[in-house]
Design a protein around this ligand. Structure first.
Ligand code: AHR
Length: 507
């Protein structure tokens, strides 16, 4: 057992939390769309073929925004293929995932699914094989009220009212050699600028995200951001970050795995520094926002099987990572880190939602269940509302080769003044020792009562949830919390992710 402290003060705020930090991602990839969220023959399917059980789990997950239709898929996608009568839609080779795309789900079906689950759409335009002309046409089709060929085409497809899609990604991972029509930073920066310009002329109310490098460890990282922003800084609102957490064979320790929280914090801070240096060069006071629009653990189902497959299958099982209790700890820690960067990080999308590196898994014709990583995401999405307060952590820690000494405790605190409720999110990274934690919530009301306290902990860090044991790793009550004035005292189990929500008692 060791002692640690967490101190926050009502007056020391990071920023209001943007609820779009709890976004997800749905790509036409493997069984994410087809045989995932969409399975017409399934007993729970609705009139559009969307599974009711997956929709229900998505609501429970609490996701607020969903990126669509890719990913790499986006860079070869023709949006026109996915609208109009379904029996006239073309089947196409998808060169991103070497699959056959049937186009039975397109813009309108996906929007119907968004309405069903109550989630905001985030769409992307194809800046791989296509460009500004396609992008402005797609936006006109979606968002222009009517009276033009494209907006009237949408109306003829049954959507009288504009779809009102606000958030648009300008392509995907354009620096990646795997991308359909990879671009140099100069090529992409120019095209992103011109596309943004045209799109804003069509609909000035939209928000636009430019592609950052596809990963922090890409050789292009840094120079890419700088060069791209040199072209399009004034024209975009967000810069994207993507990160998949791995376990290198040379170091498979849980301690190093969990140190990726700090690596990604540095990724955010370095990206902010680059964006601000471009602002300085341009004599601009604008502060670009960040969209971490792909993130998750992904290292098991990574190599080989998504390379060229024989026969161009429809919706083959690809990237079906089975998550462990250890992965859930990293996801929880990442969420605390995201919250603590709420001043510049406004959007984040867990990649992806269903079957493909996903919190929700399905069996065709059968069950849908929550993977381990579902739980920290759902807890954070449910309880984090309001203002992120600066979390001061005093905790012993461990040595890490990349980051030096790291505290065992990772924490974030979000205060919902409207409800008088404060949520505290805690990761104990010690694998062996219980943490005796004192939490001081200064200035948030003297007498407090408990609203919710849960822990996610498994003695077996390799434990997984499967169709036949879907609840093996699930939150349990966190007992023994002592509250005295503005002070809470609790013992956190080793290797555990915890949520404590308290409320100021009104006199
Ligand atoms: O999420 C899977 C893939 O990872 C996406 O299509 C791509 O953007 C990234 O490389």
């Amino acid at each position: 057992m060791f002692e640690a402290q967490l101190i926050v003060d009502r007056d020391f705020s990071v920023a209001p939390l943007d609820r779009r930090l709890f976004g997800v991602f749905v790509e036409h990839l493997g069984r994410c769309v087809y045989n995932g969220i969409h399975e017409p023959g399934h007993p729970t399917a609705d009139e559009h073929g969307f599974r009711g059980d997956v929709a229900e789990l998505t609501r429970e997950l609490g996701a607020t925004i969903v990126r669509y239709p890719g990913g790499n898929f986006m860079s070869g996608y023709n949006w026109e293929d996915g609208v109009g009568p379904k029996d006239q839609r073309p089947r196409r080779l998808d060169l991103a995932w070497f699959s056959t795309e049937t186009n039975q789900v397109g813009t309108h079906e996906f929007m119907a699914w968004c309405r069903k689950v109550g989630i905001e759409p985030m769409f992307g335009v194809n800046l791989g094989t296509r460009g500004p002309d396609e992008a402005r046409h797609y936006l006109e089709y979606c968002n222009h009220p009517g009276g033009t060929a494209l907006s009237d085409l949408r109306r003829s497809h049954g959507a009288e009212e504009p779809l009102g899609i606000k958030f648009w990604c300008l392509g995907n991972e354009m620096d990646g050699p795997w991308q359909i029509c990879q671009k140099s930073p100069e090529e992409y920066g120019r095209i992103a600028k011109e596309t943004a310009k045209l799109m804003r002329w069509v609909d000035p109310s939209i928000e636009l995200a430019a592609c950052g490098s596809s990963a922090y460890d890409m050789p292009s990282y840094g120079a890419w951001e700088d060069r791209v922003l040199e072209h399009c800084f004034e024209f975009v609102d967000y810069l994207s970050l993507h990160s998949y957490f791995v376990k290198p064979p040379a170091d498979t320790s849980t301690e190093s795995f969990l140190a990726q929280i700090e690596t990604n914090a540095r990724y955010i801070e370095d990206t902010v520094a680059i964006a601000d240096s471009v602002a300085t060069r341009k004599r601009s006071t604008k502060r670009l926002k960040l969209s971490f629009d792909e993130w998750n653990v992904w290292y098991r189902a990574r190599h080989g099987e998504h390379l060229k497959q024989a026969g161009w299958p429809e919706a083959p099982p690809l990237l079906e990572e089975v998550y462990t209790a250890e992965d859930a700890l990293l996801i929880g820690g990442m969420l605390t880190m995201f919250m603590n960067h709420a001043d510049r990080l406004k959007v984040a999308c867990m990649a992806q939602l269903c079957n493909v590196i996903a919190p929700i898994m399905t069996e065709p014709g059968g069950a849908a269940w929550r993977q381990t990583i579902f739980h920290p995401f759902a807890q954070a999405a449910r309880w984090a509302h309001g203002e992120v307060l600066r979390a001061v952590v005093k905790s012993p820690g461990y040595a890490n080769t990349r980051h030096g000494e790291l505290p065992y405790l990772c924490a974030s605190v979000v205060d919902d003044a409207a409800r008088g409720q404060t949520a505290v999110f805690l990761l104990n990274r010690s694998l062996t020792d219980e943490m005796d934690l004192s939490i001081t919530l200064r200035g948030l009301g003297l007498a407090r009562e408990l609203v919710k306290a849960e822990q996610l902990h498994s003695t077996d860090l390799d434990a997984t949830n499967t169709a036949d044991a879907p609840e093996r790793v699930a939150p349990q009550a966190l007992d023994g919390i002592a509250i005295e004035g503005e002070q809470l005292r609790v013992k956190l189990r080793p290797a555990s992710w915890n949520v404590i929500v308290t409320k100021a008692v009104r006199a």
